[in-house]
Design a protein. Sequence first.
Length: 120
Amino acid sequence: MERRSPLHTGGHRRNALWIAAMVHRISGLALACFLPLHFLALGLAIQGEAQLDGFLKWTANPYVKLAETGLVFLLAVHMLGGLRVLAIENLPWREGQRRLAMGVLILAGIAALAFLATAV
């Protein structure tokens, strides 16, 4: 029977810091997918006022507001996760990194909920 290396068991994927790093990467990819849509919306302003007004009316849809809330959450997670990475790379290691990762997630959730409260 072949013995597997501890690195290949997948146990590291249950570590909170690994999950924080993965959330940071996924949020970055999701934001990169959003950018072309953002540029498309900005392009409507160049095409004319009527097209931009039509787009802005469409954004009043509750589903769009919910999607915008998700976007604010992704932005907050990515920004705060990036600050966490900068701290890890430039400051001495300290215990409590897991608490810092959870704090980032909680702050991102608060930012998204604050946006949702003002958007409704």
